[in-house]
Design a protein. Structure first.
Length: 467
């Protein structure tokens, strides 16, 4: 006797939603995705893909700024030294938005090819087994479900004293409508989003002031890595106001004024608010069906994405677990593997690699220096400056390092940090070592290309060898 087809309804078409849909379709479920903002969600349309496309242009500008050291001369048509290299922000942002739209369309096409039904509209739980879909024209449809996945993401946090207007006072979702380079950009918030935008716009040749309520940039990241980034950005001309809390942001014509709680003011042409995110969990019917949320509005889930209600799962930024597209996608996949009886391993945050797309990039995985210093885990630490690497010397790279953590007894690699151009690529070797419990010796014995930046990972591992 054949097994009945399971009906899966997914609310939200971001990484948590569309990756879950692909897994469920692969496992022969009947899948419906209800999406209100465009397939791909904010990760594709307003956050990860757009910001990293902007950063790609910033990387080119960074390379050009140091090209003279490599013997490259920039000249005009007459052969004279070029007086300036600038960016056409209108063309840049048009490319950003086109790439985002194309990526969204590619994902939507994939879903349709896999037999996933996509409804444009909003979803709401009427019960753990019935979802009400409402389309923009007001049409309602009740969809029966054997399992529901909520993957509605999060939105930029705003405060009453700093209201975005989409022109001069901006959230990170609104910057891609700019057509002219800001004269002076003020970035409020020194977390990952604020640091990435500050780094990118400094590279584009814009005067940037970063307002940080904390003592340093990137307070949640490795302290030594953050120190390198702070040194680089200030050397490139960024003005950092540390331990400075924003009170309000106001606009008068073409000028924006950021007032700090100590009474100081900063005047610029534009302001980006990077004040964190709030989960999109309102008006979903969660309370009515008994789904628990925490004080911040995040849906409470376990390590296989289950909520407090049987048959209802959640994934992504709306859970507040770890706000990365890769984690959202894995949470969604895990939910479907669990519901549909496939092999599944609970989410293990110690195996998650993450990256801050600044210049240089900062990539991390596993246990942190902070945890080691606090005695939460015993580990030996080895840091190797990137400036000693032959390939780095060839490319004119002077900032950055590789840092590895390993158990003092077994030598197992339990974490690491890479600060370098393309650290997001270099961290993969360390991620594999952490995920598979490889020892420093095993990591060291794997061949690396010479010369290469990845050679510093093997070198750091060799230095952790015990006789």
């Amino acid at each position: 006797m054949s097994r009945p087809v399971s009906r899966v309804v997914i609310i939200g078409g971001g990484p948590g939603g569309y990756e879950a849909a692909l897994v469920a379709a692969q496992l022969h479920a009947e899948v419906t995705v209800i999406d209100s903002d465009g397939i791909g969600g904010s990760a594709v349309l307003t956050d990860c893909v757009p910001s990293k496309t902007l950063i790609a242009t910033a990387e080119v500008m960074t390379d050009l700024a140091s090209s003279g050291e490599l013997g490259v001369n920039l000249c005009d048509a007459d052969g004279d030294a070029a007086s300036a290299v600038n960016v056409d922000l209108a063309r840049l942002n048009a490319r950003v938005k086109k790439l985002a739209a194309d990526q969204s369309a590619d994902i939507a096409d994939r879903l349709r090819r896999e037999g996933v039904r996509v409804i444009s509209g909003r979803g709401r739980l009427e019960s753990p087994s019935v979802v009400l879909a409402t389309t923009p024209d007001g049409t309602h449809e009740r969809i029966a479900a054997d399992a529901v996945l909520v993957a509605t993401g999060a939105s930029p946090r705003v405060v009453d004293t700093a209201v975005p207007d989409g022109e001069r006072i901006l959230t990170w979702e609104q910057v891609y409508d700019l057509t002219e380079l800001p004269e002076h950009l003020i970035v409020v918030g020194s977390g990952v989003t604020g640091a990435e935008f500050a780094s990118a716009y400094v590279a584009l040749g814009i005067a940037v002031t970063l307002v940080s309520s904390r003592e340093r940039v990137l307070p949640g990241e490795d302290a030594e890595a953050a120190a390198v980034l702070e040194q680089v950005l200030t050397r490139r001309g960024m003005n950092l106001l540390s331990q400075s809390r924003m009170e309000s942001v106001t606009r008068e014509g073409s000028r924006v004024t950021v007032t700090l709680t100590d009474g100081r003011t900063v005047v610029g042409s534009h302001c980006i608010l990077a004040l964190g995110s709030i989960p999109n969990t309102a008006e979903l019917g969660l309370a009515e069906v008994g789904v628990d949320v925490d004080d911040s509005g995040n849906i409470v889930v376990d390590r296989v994405s289950r909520t407090s209600v049987g048959g209802v799962y959640a994934a992504g930024d709306c859970t507040g677990v770890l706000m990365l597209a890769s984690v959202a996608a894995m949470q969604g996949r895990i939910a479907m593997w669990h519901h549909l009886g496939d092999a599944v391993a609970p989410l293990d945050l110690m195996k998650v690699s993450s990256n801050v797309f600044t210049s240089p990039e900062i990539a991390t995985v596993g246990w942190t220096q902070r945890a080691i210093d606090a005695g939460e885990v015993a580990a030996e630490v080895l840091m190797l400056p990137l400036a000693t690497n032959a390939r780095a010397k060839m490319q004119g790279i002077t900032d950055g390092f590789v840092k590895l953590y390993c158990r003092p007894g077994t030598g197992s690699v339990v974490g690491g940090v890479v600060v370098a151009p393309r650290a997001s690529e270099l961290i993969h070797a360390v991620s594999l070592a952490v995920a598979e419990s490889l020892t420093a010796d095993q990591l060291a014995h794997a061949f690396t290309v010479y010369p290469s930046l990845s050679g510093s990972i093997a070198e750091a591992a060799r230095r952790l060898h015990h006789v």
